[in-house]
Write a protein that binds this ligand. Sequence first.
Ligand SMILES: [Zn+2]
Length: 169
Amino acid sequence: MSEDTKICKKCGKSLPVSAFGKAKGKNGLTYVVGSCKQCTAEHKASLYNKNKDKIATQQKKRYEENKDEINERRHKKYEQNRDEVNETRRKNYDLKRDEINKVRREKRDDKKDVVNEQKRKWYEKNKEAVQEHRQKKYKENPVQAEKARARAAKWYAANKDRSDTERKK
Ligand SMILES: [Zn+2]
């Protein structure tokens, strides 16, 4: 073998110089590195793997560090959102409540109208009988009959406008 051989400091094998890489030293001169190309490649791979692990660890660490911040941000966003949601909900509830009360009031008024209308119609139908009954009652108990008459007059006065309008139709 005419080719010079060199012993790798890593694997300890005696290999041709061409199996070793070359590098530039601090003095600017090129020298043959101590480890064979294969060992250098393995070393680089192991460095890369170490670095990869390091990077992964750093990323994980960064995530762990930022996790609080991220959660904090998320929480704040949630809090803000919650306030907004509650505000909207409250507004909607107020609107709905007003609407419900309005409908309730209208229904109550309708019912009142219906009841009054029924009373009035019944009275119209039974006017003579009522008057007869009243007169009879009046004779039997003038004081109580007078009270009843006053109550009826009061009701009639309260519903007079409606009754007049109804009659004009
Ligand atoms: Zn080697």
